[in-house]
Design a protein around this ligand. Sequence first.
Ligand SMILES: [Zn+2]
Ligand SMILES: [Zn+2]
Length: 330
Amino acid sequence: MSEFRFNRVTGDWVIIASERARRPEDYIIRMNRRDMPPHVSTCPFCVGNEYMTDPVFIEPANGAWKVRVIKNKFPALRPDANPAVEGGINTRTMSGLGYHEVLIEHAEHNRYLFDQNVDEMKIVLASLKRRYVEIAQDDRIALVVIFKNHGAGAGSSLEHPNCQIMATPVLPNDVRRRTEDARQFFDENGKCLFCGIIEDETKEGKRIVHKSEHFVSFVPFAAISPFHTWLMPLRHFPDFGSITDEELSDLAAHMRRLLRKIYFGLDDPDFNFVVRSILERLSDKRSFHWYMSFIPRVAQPAGFELGSGMYINASLPERCAEFLRKINAG
Ligand SMILES: [Zn+2]
Ligand SMILES: [Zn+2]
């Protein structure tokens, strides 16, 4: 029997269609990324082509670079735009104020995150934190989103490993609704919704993928798609920008392990990840809890999802978690 499951964090119902359920192994789609060279002379992100991009900062500042944060060449948003709201009630516009930057994760063209060592991964995460904190200081900004598109199926048009940072002066409806729901939950229950989920998931155990000193990753009870995984800090805080150095080290090791499980278990699928975080100055510190969401692109949303806003997941979250747990990520 299929069943509806309610996702307390997103407020969405998901259909877990276990009758149509495929085995986790059936989601493996082989990609052809393995034959890529470490350097491509025409790639704007490769060593030797630095003049082709406009840097925000480089890590380390001198010598051979490990990470470069650059301005997006065709930004969707830019910080020098005028934020004035114009138009009538039904034709409201605002110029595209915000930030749109790219973080180049490694000097080598074919060095994907799963293939970096923990120290390299930590430099990527620390650079994301640095830029997140810097942009958050611009008080015109209401939301900073860090995300990654890996592969064409996840919306990426560039091979060279990168993730993106976008910041907007407005809060999207989805984020506003989620933060208000979390605040209401806190008011009604006197505790953080997310801390409660971590407690329950840890106790139950069957959807856990990995637990480390400061983080836990698990397939949500009402996951919207196969192998959809959340990675949450055990300490309660709303803003990724407040992560400590010790937590960053643990996150680097934890995320590396999770990405390797996805890579080896599902044979290098396209995927997205996104950091869900609320700026400290705008948050009710007690009720929101930042986390990361990983979405392997092994099943595509179709007409029903578009028409209803409700997802059908043809896999059991418990089986997906068990599958990922067993993959040796060494
Ligand atoms: Zn390249
Ligand atoms: Zn919490």
